[in-house]
Design a protein around this ligand. Structure first.
Ligand code: NAD
Length: 324
């Protein structure tokens, strides 16, 4: 029997290749590809033992997984948030981690704005009322003239600022790692965190989840916000202390929240947030557009092709792996 010398790549990401056959075709030109649907974490520990490369979504790739990955050389993250991968463990073993920066930034930015407009006019609630035979109206608020506070001014945050350009809003930005000039260039105003929280009518979160941003929005910060303000989260659930948010919404410290991400995903049906009527919740859906998926698939496939052709991938999340 002829043995193939091609590298073996396993796709465990649920969306890779689903909407872009071309990406799978690219992989097949230089590798043997297996697509596996994974239900439990421990299946991943077994799968990784037999592959040279994996394409992952939000699945947990921790130190245990990486220690079992005896022949693994590259992890391609189908998406941007890489907090599910133990980068340090991967780097120690010389495993390259690639990701797809900016591939879904426009989709997430559009979604954040959709959530802002939806929560200010309560459109999902009106839809449900009307579908169920009601004809009640709900008093809403215009976005025009309001102050939008953007926390995190990376790929997504700056697109939100740019896309809000036509809405006649004042935009405040808090991001200690971005030059103030870069913020001003887009027509926004650099701000300190507390100042932004005290003065914004809408606060939208666009930071990566790091030890520093975990529970960045806690009880104390929620108390700073206006009682008429809305909080939008399309970043990561744990950027907000959910228990504190529940209290803030229940006691009307703030007017409402629109959340695409949660501390536990899928959201626990018993999560008390689900009992509130001043929220909109969606299932981590902000990035899920045809265009974003196609861009993401192609970035993963092209970087894997570069890697197995002996070139350096373009979108490396742990460049330190290349430092000898
Ligand atoms: P990015 O890395 O381009 O930008 C993140 C920004 O956060 C950077 O500018 C950084 O300086 C800033 N930042 C870091 N620490 C901060 C702090 N303590 N306070 C304020 N700002 C801080 O990432 P991005 O592409 O804009 O994405 C942002 C996050 O959105 C991702 O990390 C991911 O978790 C999330 N995301 C969610 C979805 C979804 O479907 N809901 C899709 C894509 C990304």
């Amino acid at each position: 029997m002829e043995m193939s010398n091609k590298p073996k790549i396993c796709v465990i990401s649920k969306s890779f290749g689903q909407y872009c056959r071309e990406a799978l075709e690219i992989l097949k030109t230089f590798s043997e590809v297996e697509v596996k649907s994974v239900k439990e974490y421990k299946e991943i520990v077994d799968i990784v033992k037999n592959f040279d490369g994996i394409i992952v979504g939000n699945e947990k790739i921790n130190r245990e997984v990486i220690n079992n990955a005896v022949r693994l050389k590259i992890i391609a993250r189908h998406g941007v948030g890489i907090d599910n991968i133990d980068i340090e463990a991967a780097t120690e073993k010389g495993i390259v981690v690639t990701y797809t920066p900016q591939a879904n930034s426009d989709s997430v930015a559009e979604y954040a704005i959709a959530l802002i407009l939806n929560i200010m006019r309560m459109i999902p609630k009106l839809h449900n009322l009307t579908i169920n035979g009601g004809w009640n109206r709900i008093l809403g608020y215009e976005l025009m003239g309001k102050t939008v506070g953007i926390i995190g001014f990376g790929g997504i945050g700056r697109r939100v600022a740019k896309k809000l350009g036509g809405f006649d809003v004042k935009i405040l930005v808090y991001d200690p790692y971005v030059k103030e000039d870069d913020i001003r260039k887009i027509g926004a105003i650099p701000s300190k965190l507390d100042e932004l929280l005290k003065t914004s009518d809408i606060v939208t979160l666009h930071v990566a989840l790091t030890p520093e941003t975990k529970h960045l929005i806690n009880r104390e910060k929620l108390k700073l916000m206006k009682s008429t303000a809305y909080l939008i989260n399309t970043s990561r659930g744990a950027v907000i202390d959910e228990k504190a948010l529940y209290e803030a919404l229940k006691k009307k410290w703030i007017a409402g929240a629109a959340l695409d991400v949660f501390e536990e995903e899928p959201i626990n049906p018993k999560n008390p947030l689900l009992t509130l009527d001043n929220i909109i919740v969606t299932p981590h859906n902000a990035n899920f557009t045809l265009e974003a998926l196609q861009r993401t698939d192609l970035m993963n496939a092209e970087d894997l092709r570069r890697f197995f052709n002996g070139q350096r991938p373009i979108y490396v999340a742990n460049p330190q792996v290349y430092v000898k």
